[in-house]
Design a protein around this ligand. Structure first.
Ligand SMILES: CC(C)(COP(=O)(O)OP(=O)(O)OC[C@H]1O[C@@H](n2cnc3c(N)ncnc32)[C@H](O)[C@@H]1O)[C@@H](O)C(=O)NCCC(=O)NCCS
Ligand SMILES: Nc1ncnc2c1ncn2[C@@H]1O[C@H](COP(=O)(O)OP(=O)(O)OP(=O)(O)O)[C@@H](O)[C@H]1O
Length: 230
């Protein structure tokens, strides 16, 4: 199985690229969706976060007030690290089980869309790593436009992540999303060809079909040995 890492900065265009993968039949595990589930009312993550940050971060219906928690953690690095530590085990296990489900369905290529892929050191499990890069000015403009946020809030969120230029240096493939959606689509088509190349032998043996071949070979080997010995 090939696990492709997709990362970038906030509002650099990861979800837009994820949607292109999905519309081309490549499944995507979205870490933001997993993180949202990890913070749903009553979940293990929710209990830890409420115990740590208090009832004041809850809405009337008991769900976490995400904008309020965002305000708290994106303006205070210590609180953000604390939240990260509380949620990290829930997010990694959530991603793991999503990958297992796709493996069981027999997918050979999947994409992990993880904003904090490098920060959380999950890059070691993915190859190739795609970084969606955008110039800083466009990034802030798109973030403010999408989230209807102030320049200060947008700046805080951008600064909460590893600098995007540093991520670009660590990438196997860089998508420059500073231009139009048509430009992005053009680059994506080349990336799709690259990512869809035949699996390496290691990736093949790690896929469901590879594992089934190993299992079938082992089983027939054992049966033959038993027959030969009897
Ligand atoms: C603080 C929270 C409640 C704010 O929620 P909100 O709905 O406003 O933002 P959302 O979750 O949609 O995140 C938007 C983007 O913010 C960035 N971001 C989210 N969490 C973090 C973080 N801890 N550090 C840096 N950037 C982050 C990502 O680029 C993400 O795509 C939420 O972001 C959260 O629970 N974060 C901690 C979990 C986490 O690390 N998520 C990232 C998955 S790898
Ligand atoms: N090439 C583009 N031209 C114009 N707008 C774009 C382009 N690419 C993305 N956008 C817009 O920029 C915003 C951010 O894109 P997107 O949500 O895909 O980023 P993201 O990296 O997934 O963000 P996050 O880290 O918050 O999950 C969205 O409003 C999206 O529609």
């Amino acid at each position: 199985m090939r696990i492709v890492g997709l990362t970038g900065g906030i509002a650099s265009g990861k979800s837009t690229v994820s949607n292109l993968f999905k519309s081309n039949g490549v499944p995507v595990v979205d870490a933001d969706v997993v993180a949202r589930d990890a913070l749903k009312k009553g979940s293990g993550g929710w209990k830890k976060v409420v115990a740590a940050f208090g009832d004041e971060i809850l809405l009337e219906n008991g769900e976490v007030n995400r904008p309020m928690l965002g305000q708290i953690v994106f303006s205070d690095p210590d609180k953000r690290q604390f939240l990260n530590r509380l949620l990290a085990p829930h997010i990694s296990s959530g991603i793991f089980w999503e990958v297992v489900k796709l493996w069981l369905k027999g997918y050979k290529i999947i994409v992990l869309d993880v904003p904090l892929l490098f920060e959380a050191k999950m890059d070691k499990f993915t190859k190739p790593i795609i970084v969606v890069w955008v110039d800083p000015e466009t990034q802030k403009k798109r973030l403010m436009g999408r989230d209807k946020s102030s320049e200060e809030d947008a700046g805080n969120r951008i600064n909460a992540q590893m600098p995007l230029d540093m991520k670009r240096d660590k990438a196997d493939i860089v998508i420059d999303n500073t231009g139009s959606l048509d430009d992005l689509n053009e680059q994506f088509q080349k990336v799709l060809i690259e990512v869809s190349k035949p699996l390496t032998w290691t990736q093949f043996w790690l896929s469901r079909n590879g594992a089934l071949i190993i299992l079938a070979s082992l089983t027939s080997g054992v049966v033959l040995c038993i027959k030969a010995l009897s």
